[in-house]
Write a protein that binds this ligand. Structure first.
Ligand code: UTP
Length: 289
């Protein structure tokens, strides 16, 4: 079955980016001139996804506004002949069929994904973490969908993380299949050093099959007292196996301050409008570092 739906969990509290995230969802933090979540929606659309459910919570209404029409702004842009910007602004609201659902309590990523059950029904679907912006030559979600179509199993977007950091991530047990593909047969969230299975960790994207929902129903709170998606995916990995893809792409973690700054600097350097002058500016200010 084709993967045509995606879930973007965007209901976290963003405590690592306070005070910015006190009233501003981290998914709406900008990388130069677009909020993080718009890059993610664009990746989904370029990957063939037509229906997207964004999981939000209280105070995240501006995410809905961003993907809506904005009549006052649009007529002002037309009046002042800003036709290109006008088109960009209107196009945002036409990217895909975008739906919103509130996660009423912030009980973890697994709980957020489980809120999508009735939207997903009985289909495979993509999960795209709302604070992970990834730029690939081919969209990362499309890279994962291809692998799903070949194997018919859940697919995990993975990268090796530095050994000193693995305890902050999940760790996967993997066997090499070919090139950048691995079979994943077990995993653990936030492992202590003696429980590390490999340095491969799920970063921001996966394709899941609908069996995950019955598993999530039974998943008890794990690391950090939250219902962890990793704990549910572990059951799928141990029983059916999953496929891990060491994807091609550069990932920016918009959930921490350094990640946000790296994204801003690197995207600004490539930006059509300001790229060249920004690079000049960087050269100038880095002379004295
Ligand atoms: P994170 O653990 O990175 O988000 O979740 P967080 O809880 O906001 O992070 P802290 O507070 O800085 O540690 C990964 C993704 O899952 C979403 C987040 O919005 C983020 O996109 N999430 C997390 C939910 O939608 N609901 C939750 O209950 C937890």
């Amino acid at each position: 079955m084709k993967v045509r739906k995606a879930v973007i969990p965007a209901a976290g509290l963003g405590t690592r980016v306070l005070p910015a995230t006190k009233s501003m969802p981290k998914e709406m933090l900008t990388i130069v001139d677009k909020p993080a979540i718009q890059y993610i929606v664009e990746e989904a659309v370029e990957s063939g996804i037509t229906d997207i459910l964004i999981i939000t919570n209280r105070g995240k209404g501006i995410i809905e506004d961003h993907f809506d029409r904005s009549p006052e702004l649009e007529s002002r842009l037309l009046e002042s002949n800003k036709n290109n910007v006008y088109k960009d602004i209107v196009d945002i609201s036409k990217l895909a069929n975008i739906y919103f659902l509130r996660q009423k309590e912030t009980k973890g990523l697994g709980h957020a994904v489980n809120c999508a059950r009735s939207f997903i029904g009985n289909e495979p679907f993509a999960v795209m973490y709302g604070d992970d912006v990834i730029f690939g030559r081919e969209p990362v979600c499309a890279q994962l969908i291809k692998v799903y179509e070949e194997f018919g199993l859940g697919v995990l977007g993975v990268k090796e993380v530095p050994e000193k950091d693995i305890s902050k991530y999940g760790s996967l047990k993997v066997e090499h299949i070919r090139e950048n593909l691995f079979k994943c047969t077990d995993m653990i969230e936030k492992p202590t050093p003696d429980k590390v299975m490999s340095l491969y960790s799920i970063l921001g994207r996966c394709i899941l099959t609908p069996e995950i929902f019955d598993i999530l129903d039974k998943t008890q709170p794990g690391a950090g007292g939250e219902i962890q998606l990793t704990d549910a995916m572990k059951i799928l990995a141990v029983s059916n196996g999953m496929i891990a893809v060491d994807f091609e792409g550069k990932r920016y973690d918009m959930g921490n301050k350094l990640g946000i700054m790296k994204a801003a600097v690197e995207v600004a350097m490539q930006h059509d409008e300001i790229g060249e002058s920004f690079k000049e500016y960087l050269k100038e200010i880095t002379k004295n570092i």
